[in-house]
Design a protein around this ligand. Sequence first.
Ligand SMILES: [Cu+2]
Length: 373
Amino acid sequence: MSEPLPPRLSELLEQPRDRRAFLRSSALSFAVPAALAACTRTETHNETAEQTKQGQLPPSARTPNASSSADTGVHAGPHGSSAVPGQRIDVSKIPFRRYDPTLPPLSKERTLRIHWEARDVPIRISPEVVVAAWTFEGDVPGPIVHVRQGDTIEFTLTNRGSIPHSMDFHAAQIDPKVAFRSVIPGESVTYTFKPRYAGAFLYHCGTAPVLMHIGAGMYGAIIVSPPTPLPPAREFVLVQSEFYLEPGNQQPSAFSYDEMLTLVPNYVAFNGRPAQYLAEPIRVKKGDRVRFYVVNAGPTATCDFHVVGEQFDTVYLGAPPGNAIHGVQTFSVPAGGGMVFELMADVAGEFPFVNHGFGHGQKGAIGHLVVVE
Ligand SMILES: [Cu+2]
């Protein structure tokens, strides 16, 4: 008797057309087992940070996030689209705004209380294109968070969107089933963490399917500074991401899950707007040390970071000031990763910074660093 044949690779990789079937099958779906369990209880509102200290289960997590109402497929409108059903938007009223790449200063407080909202917001990413984004705090990327290693962050996410969302901080070491669980519209999740390492970290929505939630705009950077400050520098944060939009010219343009699976983006951008720093460059003075915190939100492509006409005197691969390499031309930041790039602006001029995977650079992962005398 012959052994039963293992499933063919094509069968294993075939994407079910049905969203709920996809959720069951996706290895990336952090929230899926809980989301599809039979229990129908709902989340508890307004858990206190005290209840959610590491190691303690908040009331809403004693039974894992278990409502099938936390299944994106139940709430999404058109299949695999970020469009909000029934929403009518006059895109002519949505201005273009440059995303400020400047690293915000550290707070004097050692405990930070951050309360954000997940919201569906149309964002103008270029003069011609408005996207129907799912956001943290109404922007793509979400706000830049800057903390010290060992600070305490008490984080709350309230979901003002139309489908379930969650928050996954890569700077946290915490039980993801508890802290990163999905909350349905109108509800909140709170948790507390202390970043263990310095570095440039991603945050993103972790609700299934993660590809769709990152791809539709739910990501940003949390920069963790070491206890002993790095050398003084002009400091900038660049979050790379790809945009996969539904075919056609409708405005706002919805993000498309099917297009995300093709891995062929319409645009790639630093800080949510393709090529925005060509139009309005990042400016420093000759003699400045320049530090780029490069975070790659993906959802899929790498970021081969390079500055034309410059060399990085230091790249911190992780946990700065450790893990430094020197004399670097280009270094790849993986999707879901972050690294710290430093150069001395010893020469005046206009220096393109790019994803040197030039198909991605050409689609918008490019800007200018202008060094003035
Ligand atoms: Cu989400």
